[in-house]
Each structure stands twice: as C-alpha cells, then as structure tokens.
Design a protein around this ligand. Structure first.
Ligand SMILES: [Zn+2]
Length: 318
C-alpha cells in the first residue's frame, strides 16, 4: 500500500512533466473505484484546464487546476499512476523504445500505440483487453497519457469544484515534516489517548501519511515498543519519534519508496527502500543491530514487526 514516501515520489516524478500542461481528454472504464467522480464531472472540471501545481497532502495527490478546481487522487491499496509519452515507439517485442521507460520490470502490460489505438477505437472489449485494471486515462497536452491503474480498486479519483474540499482531507492530521509537529504537542495528543503507539502512528488523525511499513520502521529507529500506551510516552520519547519519522521518510523518498507488493513510480519502476528495512517483513530473522530474532504481532488487524531486545519499553521507569 503506498504510504507518504511513495506518493511523494510519484508527485516528484509527475510534477516537472505535467505542471503547466492542459488536460485534453479523459476516458473511464466501466468498473467503479472505491470513490470516484462521474465521467461527466471529470470532463466538466478537469478537461480543458491547465495544471498549475501538483501537491501532496498525506497520501492524497492534489492536481490543482487553473480556475480553482482540483483533481484529488488516492491510490488506495494497489493504485498506480503511470505516465506515458505518445512519442514513444512500441518495439516488436512489446517493449517501448525510450531511455526513461525501457525494460522496467514489471512494466504495464500494454504499449503506447495500443493506448492510442484503443482511444481511437472506442471499443469496450478492446479497451478491457489492452488496459487490464486501467480505470482512467487522461490525455495531457504534449503527447502525454496519465493512466490510473488499480487491481483492487480501493483508490479514489475525485474532481473537486473550486473551494470544495474532500471530507477526508478536512479531518487529516498534521504533515510529519510540518514545523507544527512538536514533542510538546504530541505529548498533549498522546495523553488523551489510551491506544498503543503503533495504532497511534497508523491512525493518521494526529500525524498523517504513516502506514504499516513505516510505522514499524519508525518505532524500531526510536527504540520504542509497539505496544507501549501513548499516554505513557515522555517528551524525550516523542522527540525520538519525530526525529526517526523524518529521517526514515526522507530516506525512503530518496530511495524511490518501498516496493514490497505492487508499488511502482510513474515510470513503472520499483522503489529501493525495501533493501533498507530493519524490521518490516523480517519476522524470525536476526535484528541488524543486536542479533535478536525479529518478532511479529498483530495490532488493529495489521502486522507489526519489532525487535524484542532493541524495543523494550524504555519509556516506562516503573
Ligand atoms: Zn535488536
């Protein structure tokens, strides 16, 4: 599932290529995403408008359009945004000839010529054959196609009128890199809650963007137990959490995100941070720091990975 670093990597990949360009057309598949605007609404609010900025809030991408409308995209569990240039020439073996897009594995299972053919053909059966799991295709000025692919369809694609804010953005926590995220503030927020640290980090209402993978990594880096009740964390513990969160998220962005299942960037390439994971997915393997075996437990229905030695409940003195 894409978390903050993966969404940020996609934003950084798309922004220099798309900002300043106009959306020319949108095509939509039959199957529905978890939440989506109608084709008519997408055409009315997005098509014909120039992209003025591409921003990120938590795990949401905000395509800000001239005139004030916003295209809001959340990748859900398996969503991908892939960018293709219409000037690419498909080769005989199905690969695409271009320095940036060649040989990425796994690559989208269609060529750009196929995209163009299907767009022109407007044939439902042909669409389904050529675009497995591609639910939306935006044609962008400059011979670009922005494709939204989502196997499990938990994603969201919403066209918002000027001034309109999706509900989820209204109740979202603070950005981990925000100066407003301070140990004193977290201490205050933590005192009101009884939940374990892991659940607090995942929930997104206080700090946004941290998902299951990075929550485990952050707690390991901060040397705090995932089961520690947040009401018992000290100012120093929160300071460690903030430092660990920013360091790990920054590094993950630099490494192009983490690919454990589906995540690919906008060029169809996998991230590299999975090679730097200290605990996530490593149950039964030795801790890279102390050699103790990494353990797994289930919290709020999700796996947590931790080192029982490095992450003893150091916050508690009793
Ligand atoms: Zn350890």
């Amino acid at each position: 599932m894409p978390e903050l670093p993966e969404v940020e990597v996609i934003r950084q990949g798309l922004a220099p290529r798309l900002v300043g360009r106009r959306f020319l057309a949108v095509h939509k598949g039959e199957k529905k995403l978890r939440r989506e605007s109608s084709l008519l609404r997408l055409q009315r609010l997005v098509v014909g408008r120039r992209l003025t900025a591409l921003k990120r809030r938590g795990k949401y991408l905000l395509f800000q359009l001239e005139g004030g409308a916003t295209l809001v995209i959340h990748l859900g569990m398996t969503g991908r945004l892939l960018l293709w240039r219409a000037t690419l020439v498909p080769l005989a073996d199905g690969q695409v000839e271009d320095s940036g897009h060649k040989g990425c594995e796994p690559s989208p299972p269609f060529s750009l010529r196929a995209v163009e053919m299907a767009a022109a053909a407007d044939d439902v059966e042909l669409h389904k054959f050529l675009f497995p799991h591609v639910h939306l295709r935006f044609q962008v000025e400059g011979d670009f196609w922005l494709l939204y692919q989502d196997v499990r369809r938990f994603g969201q694609v919403l066209a918002c009128a000027p001034g309109e804010v999706p509900e989820a953005l209204g109740r979202m926590g603070r950005e981990p890199f925000s100066r407003r995220v301070k140990p004193e503030w977290l201490l205050e927020m933590g005192r009101r809650r009884k939940c374990p640290l892991k659940n607090f980090l995942l929930d997104g209402r206080t700090i946004t963007g941290i998902g299951n993978i990075y929550a485990s990594e952050i707690m390991f880096a901060a040397q705090l137990s995932p089961t520690l009740p947040v009401s018992r964390l000290t100012l120093r513990d929160w300071q460690r959490i903030i430092m660990a969160t920013r360091r790990i998220l920054r590094l993950a962005i630099r490494r192009g995100g983490t690919t454990v299942n589906d995540y690919l960037n906008c060029e169809g390439k996998a991230g590299l941070f999975q090679f730097e994971l200290m605990v996530y997915g490593r149950a039964g393997e030795p801790c890279k720091k102390c050699g103790a075996l990494i353990e797994r437990l289930v919290q709020a229905g999700r796996s947590t990975f931790y080192c029982p030695w490095c992450q003893k409940n150091q916050a508690i003195n009793d």
